[in-house]
Ligand binder design. Structure first.
Ligand code: MN
Length: 316
């Protein structure tokens, strides 16, 4: 039996721009074009979501939160099942809000274990509806799973329905656990475009991070090794790779590109190191938006990174 199962959730309504729902397919097609048989070798499960044909975000402070809360319940069930069936999971998702659903399922599968998160991203994704200027939920998944409202830094008054949905989102899963992770269970890599409230949240909670200056100073190998070492006494680790962590010179095929990002080679070092950790359980790739790209470059970058860094032993 293969050790790894592919889970796909194409939901894109957490992003401000449409098109990330096509990301998983763009990766699959690029894999075929580059003779990378990943999708052929591994069992794949598609977590179905409704196609959105009308712009109807509901609430400005947390756009599509009702739909996202329902999607996360579904994602969490599938993720918990795959993990409890003994699979590692390789996840392709539309926008990054889905990560909170997968991480909810991860917690559901191992309620009493020590679980770590490696968050590779240009952004902190630690806003709440109280603090988010855009109201896009793909900027909130870390706050969802850490149970952080950050009301001290509130810039908006929320409608009671939004508060109710936000509380529901934090409690995704049959066991309604919140918070699902502690600030110490998380390390960010590559973050460089955060609002002041997000930096404050990270600093007051002592969340570990490596920004581009840290990566230049230490070298990517050291960043990878220190991160792996930090999580070595954890029972299981989830890695999420937002492609906007990559430098926009590689591709602009993502909703929120930011300069000073990782190179393809640096991303390979990270994925190679983390996927070889004995407690590696899940890798998510997210925010590929082929509509913003030319010649499917971002998906191709992902295929090159995975092909050269996910060893046979790590996934099969
Ligand atoms: Mn992100």
């Amino acid at each position: 039996m293969p050790k790894t199962k592919i889970l796909i959730c194409s939901s894109e309504v957490g992003a401000g721009k449409r098109g990330a729902s096509l990301g998983p397919d763009a990766i699959r097609i690029s894999a075929v074009n580059h003779f990378y048989n990943l999708f052929d070798q591994l069992p794949t499960e598609n977590i179905k979501v409704n196609v959105i044909n009308r712009y109807s975000p509901g609430y400005k402070s947390a756009k599509y939160i009702r739909l996202i809360a329902a999607t996360h319940q579904k994602i969490a069930r599938k993720m918990a099942k795959a993990q409890l069936d003994g699979y590692k999971t390789l996840i392709f998702s539309g926008d990054h809000s889905n990560a909170a659903g997968f991480l909810s399922g991860f917690r559901e599968a191992y309620p009493d274990k020590k679980l770590g998160i490696i968050w590779i991203d240009a952004h902190g994704d630690i806003h709440s509806p109280y603090t988010s200027p855009s109201g896009n939920v793909h900027g909130m998944p870390v706050a969802i799973v850490l149970g952080i409202d950050n009301i001290e830094a509130q810039i908006k008054r929320l409608k009671p329905e939004v508060i109710e949905k936000w509380e529901k989102l934090k409690r995704t899963g049959r066991k309604h656990i919140t918070p699902k992770y502690l600030p110490e269970d998380l390390i960010y890599i590559g973050i460089r475009d955060l609002e002041e409230q997000e930096w404050n949240t990270i600093k007051t909670r002592n969340i570990r991070f490596y920004n581009p200056d840290d990566i230049r100073a230490l070298g990517i190998e050291t960043v990878a090794a220190q991160t792996a070492e930090y999580f070595s006494n954890y029972d299981a680790v989830y890695i999420t790779f937002d492609v906007d962590s990559l430098d926009p010179s590689i591709s602009r095929g993502t909703g929120t590109p930011v300069p000073d990002g990782l190179s393809i080679e640096q991303a390979k070092v990270l994925i190679k190191t983390f996927s070889r950790m004995p407690n590696f359980k899940a890798l998510e790739v997210t925010e590929v938006n082929p509509l913003l790209d030319t010649e499917n470059r971002m998906a191709t970058a992902v295929v090159k990174i995975l092909r050269d860094s996910l060893t046979f032993e790590a996934i099969s």
